[in-house]
Structure formats: structure tokens, C-alpha cells
Ligand binder design. Structure first.
Ligand SMILES: Cc1cc2nc3c(=O)[nH]c(=O)nc-3n(C[C@H](O)[C@H](O)[C@H](O)COP(=O)(O)OP(=O)(O)OC[C@H]3O[C@@H](n4cnc5c(N)ncnc54)[C@H](O)[C@@H]3O)c2cc1C
Length: 445
């Protein structure tokens, strides 16, 4: 057993990377373990699924992120279990590693809320793999419909930012790309539906932002079914609580998150969403030397209110936890987490977004919000190359309205897939940066 690490961080997402960077800056010996060899930027997954940007713009090799951090070692491995008392983690290839302190920053998994058929038939959108699978599914569907005059019905479940962004981007692809590169006739056979049990889109936003988003989605052709829950997902569509059925070949699940197996098997007491209710200093309760961060934790603000599962919360918590860990290692005192609330934003479509900035929720809608969204996401993206790629794609697609290219990431049907042994099964097998754009005809690659 290798126990030369002061800190083991499991998970190289927003929280894990922020923690490891801050620890690395202070020369703390860190082992960062992630099942992928790259850090993925989840807020732009929907743009990969709808071919607005390529994978290499949103995924950055973790070894590149930490190339200047001599005390941080990156290990690509999946952690299968954790022993919080002994401070060990065991990987699926049978290695057990021990640190003085453990940081669990493993994110979350889709929560299907026991909806029959959802796990089996719906596409989640939580990882690069999910995004490329969805993109490939959409491409196949369009090509099939082009060949056999069939319908293209997509249902997006969940009217939060992910669902709104995805539905908006898909509808705009129909409007601007399918119409031009397939035919107006095929575009007339494409429908995008957005369903949620709550009565309005973007539930956490102001009424004004909700109204703006609903109006824009309607304009680009998204069919809204708000205020009615999904009772079943089938291979041929979704059943709704009001007894209606929407036929669909593709169902996208943007309906919620919960903690994954590593957290549920950790022995730590689980709170809402299966997450760990961490103490104000971000440590797990009832055990020493274990921090739980980001989407795996229920983190509270100064007033004790639970913070949402956001990249900014994960990032700030990661940095804060690192300072507390340094205090632990040096015999200092941990401080309660203080969150700086910068607000939130959601993209609705080309030139259209909503933003509610700062604690006072200064509201922006339309072009200004859209430009703010682009700037904020550009700033948050990890890596210069990634930023340049994203900027180029956005300039090309959103600003210059330049002609799209048709990008197909995989064979259009199963038979062709079987005939192509060279094709990797999953996107992880390709080096990040060399992966093709997923799925739909692209407006920006
Ligand atoms: C589609 C989508 C859009 C979003 N949009 C926004 C947005 O616009 N703004 C915003 O602020 N937030 C947004 N979020 C939320 C934000 O992305 C998350 O809150 C944030 O990524 C959480 O960070 P994290 O470090 O906790 O987890 P993650 O970023 O999910 O990272 C977890 C890491 O742990 C690794 N891992 C998991 N299990 C294991 C294991 N067993 N062994 C080894 N490694 C493991 C994973 O590979 C992953 O790299 C969005 C989320 C999604 C899914």
C-alpha cells in the first residue's frame, strides 16, 4: 500500500481540481484520482451533444492541468470503494491507496426518480460520454428520417437550465441547420418538446426570466409541456401524468441528480439527494479527515441554507477545503465555508440568454445576457487551447452565422457499426482533443 500522499482527492471535476490546485500551490503531496484522464466542463455538454462545439473544447487532460504542480500526481483509475476510517480508497484494478486526508469530489449521477423506463431509454447529459452518445443518436435519427421519410421527435425532460439550453439548441439546429443541409421538408418533420412537472421553465429564476425564456423557446419552435410530470419513458416516447403520450425517438433526461454509488457505499450518513450533509467547514460528519465537496455534498451558506449544485459552489468549496486541509496538516484551525454568490445564467439560444447577477440578482435578458454568458463560460473554461476552440466555434456559429458543416461521428446504423472494428466503443478511448464532434450537423466546428 502506498501511503506517501498527504491528501487523496477522488474526482477531477470543478471541486477536485480547485482543491488539488490550491494544495499543489502550497507543495502539499496530492494524489488526484479520476476515472477519466480529463477534466470535463459540464456546462457546455449540451453544445457538444448539439455539435455547437467539439469535445476538445470542453475536456482538458488532467495531466495538462497539473503539469506545473510538482507535488500533484494524477492517477487515471476508477475508485470502487472508500474506507473513511482508515483513509483508504480502493480502485477497480485492486489497488488500495492511503492518504492522511481524503477529499471526495466525485460529482453526481442522473436521478431518474424511479420513473419506469427512464434509465433504460432516456439519454442523460452528465458527461462527455453522455453528450457524444446523444449527439450520435441524433445524427442517426436524422439520417434515418432522411432515408425513410420518418418523424424526428425529441423530448427533453426537465425545464431547468440544462433542459432549456438543450431544447433551445436542438430547435435552432432544426431551424438553421437541418433546414439548410437536409431539406425544409425534413425540418418540418422535426419536433422538440420540453416537459417538466413544474409550471414554468427555469424555476429558480425570476418570473421575468422565465417568461423571456418560454417566449424565445416558443419562437424557435420548442413545444412546451409544463406542469405535467413524466410517468413512463418508453422506446417510442413518453407518457405524461395527464394521460397523454408524446411519441419520441429520443428522450433526453435533464431531470435531476443524486449522489453516486461511491458516496452511498461510503458509510457516511446521506442527506437530500443521497448527498453528504457536510459540516460548515466542508468536512464529513462523524469521521475525521474526510472532506466531501461539490455535487456529492449538501453545502450550506453562512445562514445555513443549502446551496445549489453549481460549478461555482464546487469550485469555491474546493479552494476553501484546501485552506482547511492545510490548517489540518499544520495544526491550525478550520474555517466555515463562505460562498460568494455571483448569481446564475442560462443560454436560451442564439443571441438569447437570461442572467441574474450577484446577490442582488441584477437581471439581464437578451443580447447582453447572451454576451455575458459567452464571456463567463469562456473565462471558466480550463486551458487556453480550449478557450480558443470554444471562441472560434461560437464566433463561427453564433456571431458570424457562418454556414454549418455536417459532422457525423459514427455509423448511421447498427449493421455498419458492427462492420467497423476500428471504431472505438466509447469516446474515452480516443485522446481528448482528437475526438470528432458529436452528432448533429454542426453550426460551429
Ligand atoms: C449539463 C450540465 C450543465 C450545467 N451547467 C452549469 C452552469 O451553467 N453553471 C454552473 O455553475 N453549473 C452548471 N452545472 C453544474 C456543474 O457542472 C456541477 O455543479 C459541477 O460540475 C460539480 O462539480 P464536482 O467537482 O462536484 O463534480 P464533477 O464536475 O461532476 O466532477 C466529478 C469527477 O469525479 C469523477 N469520478 C466520479 N466517480 C468516480 C470514481 N468512482 N472514481 C474516480 N473518479 C470518479 C468524474 O469522472 C468527474 O471527473 C451543470 C451541470 C450539468 C450536468
Amino acid at each position: 500500500m502506498d501511503d506517501s500522499y498527504q491528501v487523496i482527492v477522488v474526482g477531477g471535476g470543478f471541486a477536485g481540481v480547485a482543491a488539488a490546485k490550491e494544495l499543489g500551490r502550497k507543495g502539499v503531496r496530492v494524489l488526484l484520482i479520476d476515472s477519466n484522464n480529463y477534466h470535463q466542463f459540464q456546462p457546455l455538454l449540451y453544445q457538444v451533444a448539439t455539435s455547437q462545439i467539439g469535445v476538445s473544447a470542453i475536456a482538458r487532460p488532467l495531466r495538462s492541468v497539473f503539469r506545473r504542480y510538482k507535488s500533484v500526481k494524477v492517477l487515471t483509475a476508477k475508485v470502487s470503494s472508500v474506507d473513511t476510517a482508515r483513509k483508504t480508497v480502493t480502485t477497480t484494478d485492486g489497488r488500495t491507496l492511503r492518504g492522511q486526508i481524503l477529499v471526495l469530489a466525485v460529482g453526481a449521477v442522473p436521478n431518474f426518480f424511479n420513473t419506469p423506463g427512464a434509465e433504460e431509454h432516456a439519454y442523460p447529459l452528465y458527461s462527455v460520454t453522455d453528450a457524444t452518445k446523444l449527439g450520435t443518436g441524433l445524427t442517426r435519427l436524422l439520417d434515418q428520417a432522411d432515408r425513410n421519410d420518418g418523424m424526428v421527435d425529441v423530448v427533453v425532460v426537465g425545464g431547468g437550465p440544462t433542459g432549456v439550453e438543450t431544447a433551445g439548441a436542438m430547435a435552432e439546429n432544426v431551424k438553421y441547420v437541418v433546414r439548410k443541409y437536409f431539406s425544409p421538408e425534413l425540418a418540418s418533420r422535426c419536433r422538440v418538446h420540453l416537459v417538466d412537472m413544474v409550471p414554468s421553465v427555469l424555476n429558480a429564476f425570476s418570473k421575468k426570466s422565465q417568461a423571456y425564456a418560454a417566449e424565445h423557446l416558443g419562437k424557435v419552435g420548442v413545444q412546451l409541456r409544463m406542469g405535467v410530470g413524466v410517468t413512463e419513458v418508453r422506446a417510442d416516447g413518453v407518457s405524461l401524468a395527464d394521460g397523454t403520450f408524446i411519441p419520441a425517438q429520443i428522450v433526453v433526461w435533464a431531470g435531476g441528480l443524486k449522489a453516486g454509488d461511491l458516496i452511498s457505499g461510503s458509510g457516511l450518513a446521506q442527506g437530500r439527494g443521497g448527498r453528504i450533509d457536510v459540516r460548515p467547514d466542508l468536512t464529513a460528519p462523524d469521521v475525521d479527515g474526510v472532506y466531501v465537496l461539490g455535487d456529492a455534498a449538501n453545502i450550506t451558506d453562512d445562514a445555513g441554507n443549502k446551496l445549489p449544485q453549481l460549478g461555482s459552489v464546487a469550485q469555491q468549496a474546493g479552494k476553501w477545503a484546501a485552506h482547511n486541509i492545510i490548517a489540518d496538516l499544520n495544526g491550525g484551525t478550520r474555517k466555515p465555508f463562505h460562498y460568494v454568490d455571483k448569481g446564475y445564467m442560462a443560454m436560451v439560444g442564439r443571441g438569447a440568454a437570461v442572467a441574474e447577477l450577484g446577490r442582488k440578482r441584477y437581471q439581464l435578458q437578451g443580447t447582453l445576457a447572451f454576451l455575458s454568458w459567452l464571456l463567463v463560460h469562456l473565462a471558466l473554461l480550463s486551458g487556453i487551447q480550449q478557450k480558443v476552440r470554444a471562441l472560434f466555434s461560437w464566433l463561427n456559429g453564433y456571431i458570424l452565422h457562418s454556414p454549418a458543416q455536417v459532422v457525423v461521428s459514427g455509423p448511421v446504423d447498427r449493421a455498419m457499426e458492427d462492420e467497423d472494428p476500428a471504431r472505438p466503443d466509447t469516446p474515452e478511448k480516443l485522446p481528448v482533443g482528437e475526438q470528432p464532434g458529436a452528432g448533429l450537423p454542426s453550426a460551429g466546428q
